[in-house]
Design a protein around this ligand. Structure first.
Ligand SMILES: [Zn+2]
Ligand SMILES: [Zn+2]
Length: 321
């Protein structure tokens, strides 16, 4: 499925098979998760994709050939981080997620909305056994970047999660496993989302713009709505953090300094490091994280994106090949 230009529908196309270069693997895609970032790319909110583009960066695939790290038939996962330079000040200080020259899967290079894909083998992950392909796909971005977002909240006990989609439904399970208390914030009218959060171990679910039932130690904002930032700052206790987990967000309204005062911290999360991935994929089966997915055949990628845009998806959407 190909994006020719932002704000146009994806097009089913027959492309030449991609060829792996040195250090790359050719992959037969089994499943590819649909991420809100894909939506930001298709909708033109992330504005420098290589075009025409095959989107998709939560790829579960089998190795066909190429590289040295894996054998043909091995199952691997391909995340958003597709390549880094290894030389810049970020790469040299354990922060390859911030690499100046990073290349991202399904953005700078073709991704997994396809039968075949290529990836740099150094950025692929072996996947834990016990997760069928479609259940494993959302671990690769919703899970990984959600986990990094939670880590940046430190040892906060009372965690507010704003927006209860793909990342939140995974992070909620991890946070509860770690003994934290989870409070889920959704649109006031989203009764289904609130019920879903309670099923996954949140102890409270309610209106994101209303008052929290008690002070929070950290808030994780996954919904791309800037107006949630002042609401989340208002909900956290002194010294608490608000961590924004998305790659794009609407403008944050002006806010009184008083909301930040008291050593409250506001920060974003950018991308992932390979260390995040290794750590999270080791942790997920021990929780165990159970992903809720709805599946769509590849050619219905546009339908999956529409459902994500309208908030209709419970958990995560996955394209199956
Ligand atoms: Zn770099
Ligand atoms: Zn993603």
């Amino acid at each position: 499925m190909v994006l020719d230009a932002p704000r146009t529908a994806l097009r089913a196309a027959e492309l030449d098979p991609p060829r792996p270069e040195v250090g790359e693997v050719l992959l037969e895609v089994a499943a590819c998760g649909v991420c809100r970032t894909d939506l930001h790319i298709v909708d033109g909110e992330l504005d420098r994709p290589h075009l025409p583009l095959v989107p998709g960066h939560q790829i579960v695939a089998r190795v066909v050939e190429g590289g040295e790290r894996f054998a043909p038939g091995d199952r691997v996962g391909v995340p958003w981080l597709g390549w880094t330079c290894g030389e810049c000040r970020y790469c040299r200080s354990g922060r390859e997620n911030l690499c100046d020259r990073a290349r991202f899967t399904g953005y700078d290079r073709d991704g997994g909305y396809a039968q075949l894909a290529v990836a740099d083998e150094r950025y692929c992950f072996p996947l834990p056994d016990g997760y069928p392909d479609i259940q494993a796909a959302p671990l690769l971005c919703a899970g990984l970047i959600g986990y990094r977002t939670l880590k940046l909240a430190g040892d906060a006990e009372r965690i507010g999660i704003y927006g209860f989609g793909g990342a939140a439904h995974i992070v909620c399970q991890v946070a509860v496993h770690q003994g934290r208390r989870v409070f889920a914030f959704t649109r006031a009218s989203d009764q289904a989302g609130q019920a879903f959060a309670l099923e996954l171990g949140a102890e409270w679910a309610g209106d994101a713009l209303g008052p929290p039932p008690e002070e929070l130690d950290a808030a994780l904002v996954f919904a791309p709505a800037g107006e949630l930032v002042p609401a989340a700052l208002k909900a956290v206790a002194k010294g608490g953090s608000v961590v924004c987990g998305g790659i794009h967000m609407s403008d944050i309204p002006a806010l009184p300094y008083e909301l930040l005062w008291g050593e409250r911290v506001l920060r974003s999360v950018a991308n992932l490091t390979r260390a995040d991935g290794t750590e999270f994929l080791e942790l997920a089966p021990r929780v165990p994280v159970k992903t809720q997915v709805e599946t769509h055949p590849l050619e219905r990628a546009g339908v999956a994106l529409d459902r994500l845009r309208s908030g209709a998806i419970r958990g995560a959407a996955v394209l199956v090949l």
